[in-house]
Design a protein around this ligand. Structure first.
Ligand SMILES: C[S@@+](CC[C@H](N)C(=O)[O-])C[C@H]1O[C@@H](n2cnc3c(N)ncnc32)[C@H](O)[C@@H]1O
Length: 614
């Protein structure tokens, strides 16, 4: 009935307010001037999308069922630099749902170890498909829709596949996803047509090393081995470009696969994304606002690992997505003052140390002439405070380095032109330029060592030794360090001998320090709703909770000191539970979110028992 109030219909926004907010007039706005129901002049717009106009509220209500599936707070824009992109049509709150996108296609990743082509679990060769020979987990996966395309192609070729190496990358799998897409041309033309509208970057891909490799591993195999001659090289190359440019990696419990999505593919890249992605149980891609987004802002997604240096991200984007990122982070040599690519200027540090030593001797001289030293400060609390003051305090003068605490630039060597792979580097403090490739070489060597460490399931001792070994050369928040610290903060509390119950207050303080250091960077580079922040906040909660308990129980902290730590723990835990509530329960982070909710009750109970007030 017209005028009837319905719970899920968005509010009506007066047209004038919508136009003023966008600085547009009726003629150049994206809001149609006519009522979507009766074509009379609009007076209001739908508050859900700020895009559809109505003459009055009752027409907004009567038009809701039709409008509902299309009501979304963004529109597609287009520019010569970015191609198509998504732009917010109204202010969007953090956590708001932006889109749910069904996969156009799922398949194994191009570079993968053998996985079942029905359910994507890793396989060991115990069972082969009776029709094509590809290893599967069992007969139940033979007739899945997903496996049909490559199974038919191999069957038709008359020569079954024989996979004999498992548990390592197998190039045979590079053909699977391309073959699945090619099969859609005849089997599902509407899906094929949607896929063909996606960016392939074919001209940029042409002549690259990637194209030369896939010519052998994909194009030649499709033509010579599978005899799918109906697909010419150009179309196969286009399909490969579409996969490279638009493929999303989907994490499954035991493996990760690739999905192509029509609408989510329109998200433009930014090294600091404002959206958060998850996959639901049907592998639909669910995109939410990670932080508040302003009307007119572009919706972005990070196509690469945000916890890497600018050089690494640029190389990845250039070689696989075929563009140079010019986001705020990439053009800033300090990477938004996080210094995740920065090295330390040895000359400046030496000078600083000499000055400090002079000051110290002068002060000691004075002290010797004055009253006697008060002796060493005692107690666990004071030792913990000491650790924490090095992590929170003026780190530009500490040996490890850290976030700038004053306007004075620290002794950090950063690239002068971060977008150029051959940029000179320069110390921000003394201005001394580095014209050889030392920064790139040392970063590469140490990054390799860090990778080996991570791959070998490093221990607390090994990670601490690594940080100690390199901290005179790298900013403490360098991406390599942040990744090691992320691993380390989990190890404190989980490694044998370092279980939470056994951690000394000093180790708990170290865990807390690591959490705060990683969070400080995550807050800038993966802000808002992000799995990284959620998982580190959980570890921070643990460090604080156990610290408060340990200190309070042995009387090393007063009730007020313990109350404050418990309140900090609660703040971290609640934020963790809120962030991880967006993760599906099938994922480890979703499970952690549920655990966080339970822990809130436990912490509340303790606070209640102690009679503490927030
Ligand atoms: C997944 S598609 C995004 C949609 C694409 N713009 C379109 O029109 O289909 C990725 C491609 O978009 C372009 N692109 C995305 N983000 C960009 C950015 N920040 N700067 C330049 N180009 C970008 C690049 O061509 C990239 O390979």
């Amino acid at each position: 009935m017209p005028g009837e109030s319905r719970g899920d219909v968005p509010a009506a926004v007066p047209l004038q307010i919508a136009l003023q907010a966008s600085g547009a007039s009726l003629t150049n706005s994206h809001t149609p001037a006519a009522c979507a129901e009766c074509k009379k002049p609009s007076t209001i717009v739908c508050g859900g999308c700020w895009q559809l106009g109505f003459c009055a509220r009752d027409h907004q209500l009567s038009g809701w069922e039709k409008h509902r599936p299309k009501c979304r707070p963004w529109r597609i824009g287009c520019s010569s630099e970015l191609g198509r992109f998504m732009v917010a049509t109204r202010d969007i709150a953090a956590g708001e749902l932006l889109l749910e996108d069904q996969p156009l296609l799922l398949g194994p990743k191009m570079i993968t170890e053998p996985v079942c082509l029905g359910c994507y679990r890793p396989v060991n060769g115990d069972y082969q498909c009776q029709s094509c020979g590809f290893p599967l987990c069992g007969p139940q996966c033979e007739d899945t829709d997903d496996h049909e395309a490559e199974c038919k192609a191999v069957r038709d070729s008359g020569i079954p596949v024989k996979v004999s190496v498992f548990g390592e990358i197998n190039s045979m799998y590079e053909c699977i996803t391309p073959v699945r897409i090619l099969a859609l041309r005849d089997d599902a033309p509407s899906v094929w047509n949607k896929l063909m509208t996606l960016e392939s970057n074919s001209d940029m891909r042409d002549g690259t090393e990637v194209a030369a490799i896939t010519q052998q591993t994909v194009v030649d195999i499709i033509h010579d081995r599978l005899r799918l001659e109906q697909f010419d090289t150009e179309i196969i190359e286009k399909v490969l470009g579409i996969i490279d440019t638009n493929g999303f990696e989907i994490r499954l419990p035991d493996s990760s696969i690739l999905g192509v999505y029509a609408t989510a593919s329109m998200l433009e890249h930014d090294c600091v994304t404002n959206t958060h992605r998850t996959f639901d149980a049907d592998l639909n891609l669910v995109v939410r606002a990670a932080i508040p987004i302003k009307r007119g802002d572009h919706l972005t997604s990070c196509y690469t690992d945000p916890l890497t240096t600018t050089a690494t991200r640029q190389e990845h984007l250039r070689s696989s997505k075929y563009f140079i990122c010019r986001c705020k982070r990439c053009v800033d040599p300090t990477e938004l003052k996080t210094y995740v690519s920065a090295l330390i200027c040895a000359d400046c540090v030496k000078k600083q140390a000499e000055e400090e030593s002079k000051k110290k001797s002068a002060a000691q001289g004075k002290q010797a002439g004055g009253r006697a030293s008060r002796g060493k400060p005692g107690g666990v609390m004071s030792r913990i405070n000491q650790i924490q003051s090095t992590s929170k305090g003026d780190q530009s003068s500490s040996k490890e380095g850290g976030a700038e605490s004053s306007e004075e630039p620290g002794p950090w060597i950063v690239p002068q032109d971060p977008l150029s792979p051959s940029s000179n580097w320069k110390c921000l403090s003394c201005g001394y330029p580095t014209t050889d490739d030392y920064p790139d070489r040392i970063t590469e060597v140490v990054a390799e060592e860090a990778e080996e460490l991570e791959a070998s399931s490093a221990t607390v001792a090994q990670c601490e030794a690594f940080l100690e070994k390199w901290n005179h050369l790298f900013h403490q928040d360098h991406a390599i360090f942040i990744n090691i610290k992320y691993a380390l903060l989990h190890l404190y509390g989980s490694e044998d001998g370092y279980e939470l119950d056994d951690l000394s207050p000093i180790h708990l303080a170290r865990k807390e320090e690591l959490c705060r250091q990683v969070l400080k960077i995550a807050d800038v580079l993966v802000p808002g709703i992000s799995r990284l922040r959620g998982s580190v906040l959980y570890e921070l909660y643990q460090a604080l909770y156990y610290k408060a308990q340990a200190l309070f129980t042995v009387g090393a902290a007063t009730s007020e000191q313990a109350r404050r730590i418990a309140m900090d723990a609660m703040t971290a835990l609640k934020e963790c539970a809120r962030i991880l509530s967006y993760e599906p329960e099938v994922q480890p982070e979703g499970q952690l979110g549920l655990e966080a909710k339970d822990e809130i009750k436990k912490l509340q109970q303790w606070i209640k028992e102690e009679g503490w007030k927030f």
